[in-house]
Structure formats: structure tokens, C-alpha cells
Design a protein around this ligand. Structure first.
Ligand code: UD1
Length: 373
């Protein structure tokens, strides 16, 4: 008699989770004799442009269960996810819960699973900014302490975890599932006429691309306005295209610097984009300005210079091997970073195991873990 397949419950919560989940679910489903996967969507992100479009474009099956928690304060959102997830997990009793990244859904579901005695695999474990003002940093540290399998993307993560007392045999260097997705979709993204569809044809393909959504950058006008002053200097050389995260939109309207740039046509606002549209736009951009984590990794693979508008990164390999430069939030440092890129554009190399096969390696690690019982 065939042994019954292992049941894997995959958690999806917020936009950056979806591109990490896609290759994993596909890899589990390819081996359907061994695995049955279920997707639980917490509803942390819920707008179609922040969620459903990614399922459609990346071919992720519709979530089996939706918790519909929505937005609220950190404590309320985390608690709501936990309260909604607990009965789902108690009923489904999977062999493993897979969580990805560092959002509130990641830590909330890990904690519920650990308390119910269900093993947790954390994809993208061990990244550290050592900045506890970032909510994600707290989520990362706690999720890793609760996890049984720690699946890492770069060497720094292993060292961070060992320093925090994680047993080395739990840590597996598997590569980067987000890059699996990027490599799978880069070509189809490049075929889209994103500039044409979004009224950017007049830029002639010469533009910078910006994303900003970190609370530390976009929740306070006293920080946001000077950032826009730095963008104004860059925009004298190169118009900047800016798909605006819902969190950031109110601040753009309040910023005099941003408003002036928009009126001058040097800052072009877009609604949040789908995955393919964003990758297509990023691949053809001259420079990316961002405070995202994942975009630092994607620009490294695309070979596009990236200026990270934060004081630190939890992804140091994007700097040591990739095209990323950490310029902070001081306008002078940002514009100096831009001048440096113009003078000598960074050339990067592909970090180890960012080769499109991370999900396959994860499935192998999971199989070995579950069969050891
Ligand atoms: C969350 C993650 C962050 C990730 C980001 C990507 C945490 C702590 N933060 O931040 O790590 O980089 O997602 O986007 O988990 N909103 C909408 N529609 C939505 C979702 C949110 O309008 O579908 C608005 C709401 O006003 C909400 C605000 O955006 O209050 C912030 O959403 P939230 O999920 O709390 O945090 P993000 O800033 O998106």
C-alpha cells in the first residue's frame, strides 16, 4: 500500500509572500504522490491589486481557506490572524506549516503552529537588519525561534541563526524562491508593453523606478518630504516612475516636494502594479530607488543599480555581490549615491544558489524531515 501523502499547509498573507509561495506550491503539487498542499490566506492584504492579481499572474491556486483579517494595529492584526488560524490548524492537522518572509502573518501563524505542536518551516530564515524599529525584524527573530526547519537564502543568515542559538542541523541553505519566480517570469514580463499601457511612452525608456512603503519612511512628513527633495535632484537627470503603495498614498498628497515634482511631470505616479508589470518596468529601468527588501534582491538578478533608502539591509549579499547600495535617508547621501552610479554603474554577480531551483531544494529538505518522522 502507498504511504499516505504528507499534508503541507502553506500560509499566504501579504503581497511579498505571494511570489515566494508560487514556486513552492508548484513544487509540492508536482510531487502529488508525496504531498498534498493547502493554502491559507490570512487576508492581511486584500485589495485586488495587492493580492488577487498575484495569484492570477503567478498561477497560484486560489486559497483553500481565507481568514479575511484585514488591516488594523500590529497587535490587533497579529491577534486576529492567530485567533482565526488556530481552529483551522487544529482541524486540518497538517504534517508541516510553511511560512515565508517576515510579515505579521508569518509570525502569527508560526506561533499558533508551535503551540499546537505542528512543525514549522520558515522560508527566508535568518535575515537580520539588527534594527528593532522595523516590525519585520521582530517578526523574523520570533519566527526563527519557533521554526523547526530554517531555510536560508544567503550565508549571512546561517551565521545570524547560529549566533542566536539555533541548532545548525535545523538550518538549510536552499537559495531564493523569490528568484525562482523572477527567472520563471522575466521573459514574459519583458514582452509586456508596460510603458505604453501606463502612459509612460514619452519617457523613451529612460526612467528611474521608485517604491516606498516602510513606516519609517512614509508615515511622517518630516521624513518623507526631504526624501522627495532628494528624488527631485535625481529627477532632474531622469524622470521617476512611482507605483504607490496604499500606505504611502496619503503622504504623497501632503508632500509639497512630491506635488511640485508631479506637476512638473518628473514624478509619475501609478497605482500598485501586478507582478509582471512591475518586473517588466524594473528590468528596463536605469535605477531603482526603494525601501523594499525583495526589490534589493530582484535588482541584483536583473543587473539594475539599486539605491536602498534605508540605513541598513537584512540582505547584505545584495551589496557584497549585487548591484545594491545602502544610501540611507539623508538627501545628500541619496544624491551622492546617484552620482556614483552615473560615474560607475555597479556590476554584480549572481549570489550562490539564486538559480531558480530553490523550491525544489526545499521540497527535498521537507521530504527528508517528514520521513525522519
Ligand atoms: C506589510 C508588511 C511589510 C511588507 C508590506 C508589503 C508587516 C508588519 N508589514 O506592510 O513587511 O513589506 O506589507 O506591502 O507585516 N492597505 C490597503 N489594502 C491592502 C492592504 C493594506 O489599502 O490590501 C492599507 C491599509 O490602510 C493598511 C496599510 O495599507 O492599514 C498598511 O497595511 P499593512 O498590511 O498593515 O502593512 P504594510 O505597510 O502593507
Amino acid at each position: 500500500m502507498m504511504p499516505s501523502p504528507y499534508r503541507i499547509l502553506c500560509v499566504a498573507g501579504a503581497r511579498p509572500n505571494f511570489m515566494k509561495l508560487a514556486p513552492l506550491v508548484r513544487a509540492f503539487d508536482r510531487d502529488s504522490d508525496a504531498f498534498v498542499s493547502t493554502i491559507v490566506h490570512t487576508g492581511q492584504h486584500y485589495d485586488a491589486a495587492m493580492s488577487a492579481i498575484f495569484f492570477d499572474q503567478l498561477g497560484i491556486p486560489r486559497p483553500d481557506i481565507e481568514l479575511n483579517v484585514g488591516s488594523s494595529s500590529h497587535a490587533q492584526q497579529t491577534a486576529a490572524i492567530m485567533a482565526a488560524f488556530e481552529p483551522v490548524l487544529a482541524k486540518s492537522k497538517p504534517g508541516l506549516v510553511v511560512v515565508v518572509g517576515d510579515v505579521n502573518s508569518t509570525v502569527a501563524c508560526s506561533l499558533v503552529a508551535a503551540k499546537l505542536g505542528v512543525p514549522v518551516a520558515h522560508v527566508e530564515a535568518g535575515l537580520r537588519s539588527y534594527d528593532r524599529a522595523m516590525p519585520e525584524e521582530i517578526n523574523r527573530v520570533l519566527t526563527d525561534q519557533l521554526s523547526d526547519l530554517l531555510l536560508t537564502t544567503e550565508a549571512s543568515a546561517h551565521d545570524n541563526l547560529v549566533r542566536e542559538g539555533v541548532a545548525p542541523e535545523k538550518i538549510h541553505f536552499v537559495g531564493n524562491v523569490m528568484i525562482d519566480t523572477l527567472l520563471a517570469h522575466r521573459e514574459s514580463a519583458s514582452r509586456l508593453d508596460v510603458a505604453g499601457q501606463h502612459g509612460l511612452d514619452d519617457l523613451g525608456g529612460a526612467y528611474g523606478l521608485m517604491t516606498l512603503h516602510r513606516p519609517s519612511n512614509v508615515d511622517d512628513l518630516a521624513t518623507f518630504d526631504p526624501l522627495m527633495a532628494a528624488v527631485a535632484v535625481i529627477a532632474e537627470d531622469l524622470p521617476v516612475v512611482f507605483p504607490v503603495h496604499p500606505r504611502t498614498r496619503p503622504m504623497v498628497a501632503r508632500s509639497a516636494q512630491a506635488t511640485a515634482l508631479i506637476e512638473a511631470g518628473r514624478l509619475r505616479l501609478l497605482e500598485p502594479l501586478g507582478y509582471l508589470e512591475f518586473v517588466g518596468l524594473m528590468d528596463k529601468s536605469r535605477v531603482v530607488l526603494t525601501d523594499s527588501g525583495g526589490i534589493q534582491e530582484e535588482t541584483t538578478i536583473l543587473g539594475v543599480p539599486c539605491l536602498t533608502l534605508r540605513e541598513n539591509t537584512e540582505r547584505p549579499v545584495t551589496v557584497t555581490e549585487g548591484t545594491n547600495r545602502i544610501v540611507g535617508t539623508d538627501p545628500e547621501k541619496i544624491t551622492a549615491g546617484w552620482k556614483q552610479i552615473q560615474a560607475s554603474p555597479p556590476t554584480g554577480q549572481v549570489p550562490a544558489l539564486w538559480d531558480g531551483k530553490a523550491a525544489e531544494r526545499i521540497v527535498d529538505v521537507v521530504r527528508a524531515f517528514l520521513s525522519a518522522g
